[in-house]
Design a protein around this ligand. Structure first.
Ligand code: NAP
Length: 501
């Protein structure tokens, strides 16, 4: 099995040593980035590290700025640095990482030398040529880390893993950025030499890095293998999603060899063709299912072999199951929406419900509300979308913004727009607090933050409130059941607490 490497960047020798000790908790190998140290700390840090007693191997890096390092370094500074270490006696414990660099390569003829190539520009290189160059540098291990904008751009770097395996070479292939996160999570299972993980949230040394704690405890990267069933969330964006926390915890509890990963997909067609559909895909990642979120819930439908009745009626799929090469579509949003509502409100038959929005979530809500016999009015800014929704489900429509007293006589208000969401329209609400006063329940599908402005306004008027987290969790339990066939144990995700803070 490959190694989890945790880089430590520090300005002082003491912080570097402390960082090493902390990183060792989850790391198999700790990378010390000497290029981050203050100049005056270099000598003492070099001495302390050389004398350090440690159980975990150490990877030493001293990168100049042009190779992704923290500062400008002249050749003579770099030569002095490498000469100052006492490598010979610690060979098994010391690793070094050199960018392909003829000027310096000969300094460390260690069997643990990694020869690396980094490209942070997003302009994809000629991968085969880079591979040849790295081989020529005679390092015993190779590393390629390339920034990508779209998920399918990760494929050429991933392909280098197959090439290296064929010729018995060890390689660490990394697609950097949110779209390349899957390469970090699945790499070790597919034979990558290392995967890199951040010491803490906020101390990432490259885009898309996941914390070491999450890599081990949430994604269980060291337990994954080629038989691991891979599930994931397809959408754009997906970095905010709590679904990996929820589903991975459920898989772990059930003792299943399965993992759930974020899949930032901008171009759905390319993703489906090159990474999913059995007849056209160029990689075998053992996908068994997906959650589907904005903006792909409708577009995904054209790629599926069968779609169940509820998803067809709603006109959107949020769950895909892959079984023996066939793709099946479902929608768990409607049931996920209605259960917490009935738990909080009771029977909604005959209740007057105002739904804000006419997108995918609004469609699922309206479908579920109609099925329970509620009296629904859609309030939306896009008249065309609202009319289609109203025609499809036989409900009333009204235009946004809501003006004075328009909500009088309504029992329930549902926000099915992203307004109020963290990082988007946080601290905003589509409704003036004074217009809420006649309502009995306000339900906001937004789950981050837990208490949106809309919910805070409702609470201040002593109106019952419901946030989006219960729906998220309940629809996830339904997804688990579709995928695995077993009654899942889905719990409140630990991460929710920090994500919502
Ligand atoms: P969507 O398909 O993109 O639809 C969003 C809807 O909101 C559209 O009707 C859009 O109108 C409207 N909208 C956006 N900004 C608006 C604004 N400033 N003023 C008025 N209307 C606005 O997204 P979705 O899938 O329906 O998701 C909507 C929200 O529900 C998201 O925040 C999502 O996170 C949440 N959600 C939560 C759960 C859960 O489990 N808790 C599940 C699904 C969705 P236009 O068409 O005019 O842009």
């Amino acid at each position: 099995m490959g190694l989890i490497c945790v880089p430590v960047c520090a300005k002082t020798a003491d912080e570097l040593i402390q960082g090493f000790k902390k990183a060792a908790e989850y790391a198999d190998i700790v990378e010390l980035r000497f290029d981050y140290l203050d100049e005056k700390e270099m000598a003492v840090a070099t001495k302390q590290v050389a004398a350090l007693e440690f159980e975990k191997p150490l990877l030493v890096t001293f990168r100049p700025q042009e190779q992704g390092g923290a500062k400008k370094l002249s050749l003579s500074e770099r030569v002095r640095f490498w000469e100052s270490f006492l490598w010979q006696n610690r060979d098994n414990h010391f690793y070094t990482d050199f960018e392909y660099d003829l000027q310096l390569g000969h300094y460390i003829e260690s069997k643990n030398r990694i020869t690396s190539f980094h490209d942070f520009t997003g302009s994809l290189p000629d991968f085969d040529a880079v591979y040849e160059t790295l081989l020529a540098a005679k390092g015993s291990k190779l590393k390629m880390a390339v920034a990508v904008d779209t998920i399918t751009d990760s494929l050429p770097v991933w392909k280098m893993l197959e090439r290296a395996k064929r010729s018995g070479k060890k390689i660490t292939p990394i697609a950097m950025g949110e779209a390349g996160k899957w390469t970090r999570i699945l790499g070790l299972a597919h034979g990558a030499y290392m995967t890199y993980a951040a010491l803490d949230e906020g101390s990432e040394t490259a885009p898309g890095q996941i914390t070491a704690k999450e890599m081990v405890e949430v994604y269980r990267v060291k337990e994954l293998d080629l038989n691991t069933q891979v599930y994931g969330i397809i959408g754009d964006p997906v970095s905010h999603s709590l679904s990996p926390q929820i589903h991975n915890a459920a898989f772990k509890k059930a003792g299943l060899n399965a993992v759930y990963i974020p899949l930032e997909v901008k171009d759905l067609d390319q993703f489906m063709r090159l990474m999913v559909l059995p007849s056209t895909r160029v990689v075998e990642l053992n996908f068994h299912g997906f959650s589907v979120t904005v903006p792909h819930k409708q577009a995904i439908m054209q790629y599926l072999d069968e779609i169940d009745e509820t998803a067809n009626a709603i006109g959107a799929v949020n769950t895909v199951k892959i079984d023996e090469g066939k793709l099946y579509g479902y929608n768990t949003d409607a049931d996920g929406f209605v259960k917490p509502l009935i738990d909080a409100y009771g029977d909604v038959k005959g209740a007057k419900v105002a739904v804000l929005g006419a997108g995918g979530a609004a469609r699922a809500c309206v479908y579920a509300l109609k099925a329970t016999g509620a009296d629904v009015t859609i309030f939306a800014r896009n008249a065309k979308k609202a009319k289609t929704l109203a025609d499809d489900f036989g409900v009333a429509i009204s235009k946004l913004p809501i003006t004075n007293n328009q909500l009088l006589g309504f029992d329930i208000l549902v926000n099915a727009t992203p307004v109020g969401m963290k990082g988007l329209n946080e601290n905003e609400s589509l409704i003036d607090a004074k217009d809420l006063k006649s309502l009995k329940l306000v339900y906001d599908l937004v789950y981050s933050p837990e208490k949106t402005k809309l919910l805070a306004d409702a609470e201040s008027l002593s109106i019952k409130t419901l946030g989006g987290l219960e729906m998220l969790i309940y629809q996830a339990t339904l997804q688990q059941k579709i995928w695995t066939g077993i009654e899942p144990v889905v719990e409140f995700p630990e991460k929710a607490v920090t994500k919502m803070a």
